[in-house]
Ligand binder design. Structure first.
Ligand SMILES: Cc1cc2nc3c(=O)[nH]c(=O)nc-3n(C[C@H](O)[C@H](O)[C@H](O)COP(=O)(O)OP(=O)(O)OC[C@H]3O[C@@H](n4cnc5c(N)ncnc54)[C@H](O)[C@@H]3O)c2cc1C
Ligand code: SF4
Length: 343
């Protein structure tokens, strides 16, 4: 590991110190960053430890949502009573990730910004456009079983690894940040993440020294909340394909609202609202599900060993819709949407 300076941040302003922003890296739980530093994939000159910051709370927002501090651990978030009752899709996704020990350390912000699990990215004697721009992408014709089929480019096909972010994508969260010049901004996940295109080393729009301070959940979304993760092992395994779903079905079995986001298949947590629109007003019959699958996978591209993800995604979508129709009261969130509660 390369030597580095270590600074304990005392407040948000000092954490986002402009003088060191270009050469410094934040550390939260360290469960991804330390591995990357040991392999010298990341070599910060200064490590800014953000753990002392007052960003460990989960607080209500005025519109009935929740504001999650970036340092809330994955375990704390999954077990929080408001999350369990009103955002069960998020709790389930978190519990499907990593292991108990890792979730006790992993933070909300760190989970969003964890790096890909592409084997070649971690194999430092192999070329990799994401690690060393311009060197090539051996995964395209190599070991790509885990990698993406949507949002890929000729430069990189690495999948986004987070489970939590998939549920957050379905919920429509916003990420609040603080920049080195003292200004703040909020970003949707579609705004935060960048597709690989020809610059796969650029994974987000965050500027040097820009700190994620919170994740903001909108008011609860009614419906059946599920998170399904197809993987090679029950623990310590990233998703081959996953689906976060919030589906509301009326007494006649007609889908009223649907939110669907997918993991394991995209270079970012994948949501396509056209898929949801194709299901609304239907009873989830075969024709409707096939239409939705076709919309979801219209641009999907397999690279050989990951071709199986295309039919696997179709079957997972079918299972999710079938269950929402046949067991609409299971996995329901406790809250009704704000339009029904008047909140
Ligand atoms: C064996 C193993 C299995 C795993 N399995 C899964 C799994 O199945 N599903 C899953 O989703 N994840 C899995 N993970 C990944 C794990 O969830 C992440 O490592 C963890 O969430 C990262 O959080 P952290 O706080 O430790 O981040 P760190 O390692 O501290 O940081 C990660 C990155 O985020 C940046 N960062 C952290 N906080 C901020 C902030 N507030 N603002 C700006 N930048 C920030 C850091 O600079 C760094 O670049 C696994 C990890 C391991 C080691
Ligand atoms: S898929 Fe991306 S991360 Fe993997 S080898 Fe290719 S460029 Fe590197």
């Amino acid at each position: 590991m390369k030597g580095f300076d270590y600074i304990k941040a005392t407040d948000i302003t000092s954490a986002c110190e402009p003088a060191t922003a270009d050469t410094a890296t934040f550390i939260a739980g360290g469960t991804n960053l330390l591995d990357l530093m040991k392999l010298e994939i990341e070599t910060p000159e200064t490590l800014v430890d953000i753990n002392p910051l007052e960003l460990k709370q989960i607080e209500p927002t005025t519109d009935g949502g929740l504001k999650i501090g970036t340092l809330v651990t994955n375990s704390e978030l999954a077990a929080h009573p408001d999350i369990v009752a009103n955002y069960p899709v998020l709790s389930r996704a978190l519990l499907a990730g990593a292991s108990g020990q890792l979730r006790n350390k992993a933070s909300t912000g760190g989970n969003l910004l964890q790096r890909t699990r592409c084997y070649y990215f971690y194999q430092t004697d192999a070329p990799c456009n994401k690690r060393e721009p311009g060197t090539g992408c051996p995964a395209i014709n190599g070991e790509n079983r885990l990698l993406a089929i949507l949002g890929t480019s000729d430069a990189c096909i690495a999948q986004h690894p987070s489970d939590m972010a998939v549920a957050m994508q379905a919920l429509g969260v916003k990420v609040a940040t603080h920049k080195t010049d003292g200004t703040t901004r909020t970003l949707t996940l579609d705004e935060l993440y960048s597709l690989p295109k020809d610059t796969p080393h650029v994974e987000t729009v965050l500027e040097a020294g820009e700190l994620i301070t919170h994740v903001i959940l909108p008011p609860p979304v009614a419906g059946t909340h599920t998170y399904d993760k197809v993987r090679d092992r029950a623990s310590y395994a990233f998703a081959l394909v996953s689906c976060a779903a919030i589906i509301d079905v009326d007494e006649a079995g007609v889908i009223q609202t649907a939110r669907l986001a997918f993991g394991g298949i995209g270079t970012m947590p994948w949501r396509n609202t056209a898929v949801e629109e194709a299901l609304i007003g239907t009873k989830g019959d075969t024709l409707a599900v096939v239409k939705a699958s076709n919309l979801l996978l219209a641009d999907a591209k397999g690279y050989g060993k990951n071709d199986f993800k295309i039919p696997l995604t179709e079957r997972l979508l079918q299972q999710v819709i079938e269950r929402a129709i046949t067991q609409p009261s299971s996995h329901r969130s406790a809250s009704k949407p704000s339009s029904q509660t008047g909140a």
